[in-house]
Structures are given as C-alpha cells and as structure tokens.
Design a protein around this ligand. Structure first.
Ligand code: HIF
Length: 293
C-alpha cells in the first residue's frame, strides 16, 4: 500500500508535476521567519528543530531498512511517547503551523527541511536537501530504544550510529550540532547548554571539549559533566566519550582546529542523516542548496 504511494510520489516528482524548488523555498522562508522566539530558551527555536529533524531520522536501521525520516512516524502516539522524544511536541506544534500554511508538504519533508533551516540560519553550513518523503502509517513506527542513551559511552555510540550506517568520523562531525541548544530537566533530566552561544552554529563544542577542564557535576540529577571554570556549561557522558576514545578524539582535534573542515563534514553527514530510510526512487533528482536571499 505504502509502496504504491511511494511510486506515485516519485513519479510526480520525476515529472515535476508537483512543487518546484521555489515552492519549497517559500516553506524555508516561513520556517526561518519563525525561528526567533523571544522568551523561548535562548531566543530561538533552531535547536529544538534540529533535534526534531534528527530524532525523526535517527531511528533508521540499515539491516532491515526500517525507520528513518520517510514516514514521519513521530506523529503517532507510540513514537511521540518514546522517552528520547520528550519535549519534541513543542517543535512539532510549531511545524504544524507551517504545515497549515503549506498543506502540500509531507511531514517528513517539513521536519527535515526545518533542521536544514535551523542549521543554516544559525550560521552553520549549507546542507543539501531535497523533497520526496511520504507520510506513513502507525505500523511504520519502530521499537523504542533506537536513539542514543546519553548516559552511555563510546561502545553504545558506535552500536547506535553504525546501525544507521555512519562511521567514526561522521559520528564526531554530527556531534558538533550540540553547539546548539541545551538540556532541560523536564525533558531528558540533564541540564544546561554545551556552549556559550547556544543559538550559533560553530565549532565551539569541539574547542570546549578539547580545551576546558571538565568535572562531574555534583547534583541530584543524572551524571553529567560541568566545566570547572564557570560551571555554566555541560557535557553528557556520550559527549565526553569523544575525547576519551582515541579514534573519536582524532576528529575532535581536527574540528577544533579547523571550522571549515567541520562545516564541510557536518554538512555531508547531516544531509545523509536526513535521508535515512528514504528510497532513492522517491527523490526526483539531486539535492538542492536552499537558503535566504
Ligand atoms: Fe542531541 N541531545 N544527542 N543530538 N540534541 C539533546 C539535545 C539536543 C544526544 C542526547 C541529547 C545528536 C546526538 C545526540 C541536538 C542535536 C543532536 C539532549 C537534551 C540530549 C540528552 C534534550 C533536552 O533535555 O531538551 C545523544 C546521546 C546523542 C548521541 C551522540 C546529534 C549530533 C549532536 C545527532 C544532533 O544533531 C540538539 C540541537 C539539541 C538541543 C535541543 C534543545 O531543545 O535545545
């Protein structure tokens, strides 16, 4: 049933019957216009939109080709209620307003495009993106436990990200997205931002990981690190795994030194993440570079 819709969607895409890059650019602009939210966290929705795009894609399993961004299954209660997705209702609700204005876009395309807008408008690299995802059904929801558990270390990171088809370099490159946003006690239990500028996309996550002394925070919450000097920043156990593991650390050092290298590798890895689980036949052609004028 869903494959028939996929074929139809792909055919429409190939024939260019549906929507042009300019149409999608209008959606991009509408999202960009909504990012700044006075009073919300650090003043921007960008971080939580990046998290939505990633969590809607990161359920992918290359072994059986299930999960990923194709069906936007976080719309369904069982996946919305997976613990890892706590708080993403905020992002989905904001994106629903965009969907109301552009009802022709699929949720998977909308959420992944939201991640692209958020990265780019926060000063990050251009992330090639193309439409083609279709809305699926509740039976496409994958089991809980496919997203990473922040309390764990390098073995777990590899187990989770290798399952999606990523290698060590890509794991580290992706991780730089924690330059954006913060942890919330009522969502994950953890608390605080990773960097001093949580609404600016930069390589600061890597320079801080490399340069700052980190120590366990003494508090009642889950085990997390704090920076010794200001005690205002945090790192998750999974973040610290990147400097404890030699193979990961090599890339942390590269990205701390060379922001261009980070931007280039992040762009590739994030574009790949956002297309996990989408059959190539559903894409009409090469990915686009979207952006504000
Ligand atoms: Fe995150 N991530 N992430 N993450 N994440 C959180 C928040 C954000 C992990 C755990 C957490 C990636 C990988 C991993 C963002 C983007 C990405 C939170 C806090 C946790 C616990 C949630 C909350 O309390 O609000 C783990 C264990 C990961 C495996 C390494 C990606 C690479 C870094 C794939 C990625 O892009 C963003 C952005 C946020 C901030 C959300 C916010 O609301 O500010």
């Amino acid at each position: 049933k869903s494959s028939a819709r996929g074929v139809a969607a792909a055919a429409e895409g190939k024939l260019g019957l549906r929507h042009s890059q300019q149409d999608y650019q209008k959606v991009y602009d509408a999202i960009a216009e909504k990012l700044e939210q006075e009073g919300y966290d650090d003043g921007s929705l960008a971080p939580v939109l990046v998290r939505l795009a990633w969590h809607s894609s990161g359920t992918y399993n290359k072994e059986d080709n299930t999960g990923g961004s194709n069906y936007a299954t976080m719309r369904f209660k069982p996946e919305a209620e997976h613990g890892a997705n706590n708080g993403l209702n905020i992002a989905r609700d904001h994106m629903q307003k965009i969907k109301d204005a552009f009802p022709w876009i699929s949720y998977g395309d909308l959420w992944t495009l939201g991640g692209v807008v958020a990265v780019q408008e926060s000063g990050g690299p251009t992330v090639p993106w193309r439409p083609g995802r279709i809305d699926g059904f509740e039976h496409h929801v994958t089991p809980d436990g496919r997203l990473p558990d922040a309390a764990q270390a390098q073995d777990h990171l590899r187990f989770i990200f290798y399952r999606m088809g990523f290698n060590d370099q890509e794991i580290v490159a992706l991780s730089g997205a924690h330059a954006l946003g913060r942890c919330h006690t009522d969502r994950s239990g953890f608390e605080g931002p990773w960097t001093f500028s949580p609404v600016t996309f930069s390589n600061q996550y890597f320079t801080l990981l490399q340069d700052e002394p980190w120590q366990w925070r003494k508090w009642k919450g889950p085990a997390q690190y704090e920076d010794k000097k200001t005690k205002s920043l945090m790192m998750l156990p999974t973040d610290m795994a990147l400097v404890k593991d030699k193979s990961f650390k090599k890339f942390v050092d590269i990205y701390a030194k060379d922001e261009d290298a980070f931007f280039k590798d992040f762009s590739k890895a994030f574009a790949k993440l956002l297309e996990l689980g989408v059959p190539t036949s559903q894409f009409a052609g090469d990915a686009w570079k979207m952006g504000s004028e």
